[in-house]
Ligand binder design. Structure first.
Ligand code: BG6
Length: 489
């Protein structure tokens, strides 16, 4: 066999990815409104291995609002990136970042979501942040909505189940696209848009008491439809305002293996795989895939559409597909009993061939390569890996060093498989590792689940100096970037 090139393309966008609600903190500063993540409580250590995606009632929200003990709500204070972004960007520069993925907090721009005029202080904050990145030759990649919406829209409008939210989102999107059109070329509409299936509150703004139990699935798919239309409208605005810009959709990338060669297990895996592909199919092909007809029929789901919706979806296709990838999962026919795997969302059975992270996420670098191939074969559109990484406990040695070879190992294996995928013919725009600096976990709001190359001195309760320091992986990733992915070992 001839030797393969095994290299990353020139201009490959190496970097890191974050979300406003997990790093910024300053949740009520400078006119910011409350977002739905500001009322999400940290999980208890005994529940660490379980998945707790909140689906609160209005009353529980009220209780959270009354609770002023900020230690329970780490997303309110984050890692104080809001005030320390210059220091952090200097470290990203030292790492050699070509790109940095961030999200804009909707509530800094439109505090309640339904104002007609934006908050200038919020806009100015992102001007400064983006300028700082550009000054350091770091390309910003901006997510419009990363697990965050104004709490007011959840409480008063029913979140994304309400069609009015489309226009409110588009107003926000247009405001920031117009404002930052000369600073940002890469945009992403909704983070992990498929997560709404498991996370109706965080991803869809839906409150438990506002929907009858038997109608939750209906509400989720209606909300998803509104997000599709909103996403397509944001694509339209981006293409109008930024001719050389690129805008993509983003999904939680999951590969589903059949539990056995039993034909029904393969069918189950296919059906689970559709839970991811449905969302990219709509964005890339511009219409609902045929396989959803049966699903909707069987589950009694009717999507209310306006006459113009099909045309909006069809005429505003994304330029690239972006995805996160952390783990794979196993699907089985309904009667199968087996040990469940942990995960953030969309996970099923345990895979006996794989090791798992401290949080039970099944580590599968080869699955990464396979999934990239599946996406690329399906769409032949460029892919952007905008999240990948290992959440782990780190130990700080007496001299302050942190030897996180487990993280290096995880990333090395995944980057190697990404390189294989490039040789398979997959077109990749870049790779932004999740949480280059330790941040608050999305699913558990813990600090001790660390992803960073940069350590942040803060514990789960918010104690610590917030001082930043370099882990071993910092020096390793720096080499990876400066060698354009050649020096991995
Ligand atoms: C992705 C999210 O699902 O996974 C991120 O887009 C999140 O926001 C990341 O942080 C890792 O999940 P967790 O729960 O370990 O923070």
């Amino acid at each position: 066999m001839n030797k393969l090139e095994n290299e990353f393309p020139e201009g490959f966008l190496w970097g890191g990815a974050t979300a406003a609600n997990q790093i910024e903190g300053a949740f009520d500063a400078d006119g910011k409104g409350l977002s739905n993540n500001d009322v999400v409580e940290r999980i208890k250590p005994k529940d660490r291995k379980k998945l707790h995606l909140p689906f609160p009632s209005s009353q529980e929200i009220q209780e959270a609002l009354d609770n002023q003990d900020q230690r329970h709500f780490p997303k309110r204070y984050g890692i104080d990136f809001y005030n320390r972004y210059k220091e952090d960007i200097a470290l990203f520069k030292e790492l050699g970042f070509k790109a940095f993925r961030l999200s804009i907090a909707w509530t800094r721009i439109f505090p309640n979501g339904d104002e007609t005029e934006p908050n200038e202080v919020g806009l100015a904050y992102y001007d400064n942040l983006l300028d700082e990145l550009l000054k350091n030759d770091i390309q910003p990649i901006v997510t419009l909505s990363h697990y965050e919406m104004p709490l007011h829209l959840s409480m008063e409008y029913g979140g994304w189940t309400n069609r009015k939210v489309i226009d409110l989102f588009v107003r926000f999107a247009e405001t920031v696209l117009e404002r930052y059109k000369d600073k940002v070329k890469y945009w992403i509409t909704f983070n992990e848009i498929n997560s709404i299936l498991m996370s109706p509150f965080i991803s869809g703004g839906i409150l438990r008491d506002k929907v009858k139990e038997e109608e939750v699935l209906q509400a989720i798919f209606q909300a998803a439809h509104h997000q599709f239309v909103a996403s397509a409208k944001a694509v339209q605005v981006c293409h109008r305002l930024i001719p050389d810009g690129q805008i993509g959709c983003m999904v939680l990338g999951m590969i589903n293996y059949p539990n056995s060669p039993h034909p029904e297990d393969l069918l189950a895996a296919l059906q689970d795989q559709h839970k991811t592909f449905f969302f990219t199919d709509v964005h890339v092909r511009g219409h609902y895939p045929s396989y959803m007809k049966r699903f909707f029929k069987e589950h009694g789901i009717t999507i209310e559409k306006q006459p113009e919706d099909d045309e909006i979806l069809q005429s505003n296709l994304v330029d690239f597909v972006s995805l996160s990838y952390y783990m794979s999962t196993v699907s089985a026919r309904p009667e199968t009993v087996g040990e469940q795997a942990a995960g953030n969302i969309l996970t099923n059975l345990k895979n006996p061939y794989l090791e798992a992270s401290d949080w039970g996420w099944q580590i599968d670098p080869i699955g990464f390569r396979t999934l990239l191939n599946m996406f690329y074969e399906r769409y032949e559109k460029p892919l952007f890996i905008v999240e990948n990484g290992l959440g782990a406990h780190d130990k700080v040695e007496e001299d302050g060093s942190i030897h996180d070879e487990y993280r290096i190992d995880y990333l090395r294996q995944h980057i190697k498989q990404m390189r294989e995928a490039i040789d398979d013919g997959v077109e990749l725009l870049g790779y932004t590792a999740w949480g280059p600096i330790d941040l608050v976990s999305f699913s558990s709001s813990e600090m001790s689940k660390r992803y960073g190359f940069i350590y942040v001195d803060q514990d789960d309760e918010g104690n610590g100096t917030l001082e930043r320091s370099r882990k071993d992986s910092f020096y390793w990733y720096k080499e990876v970037i400066s060698s354009n992915g050649e020096k991995l070992d």
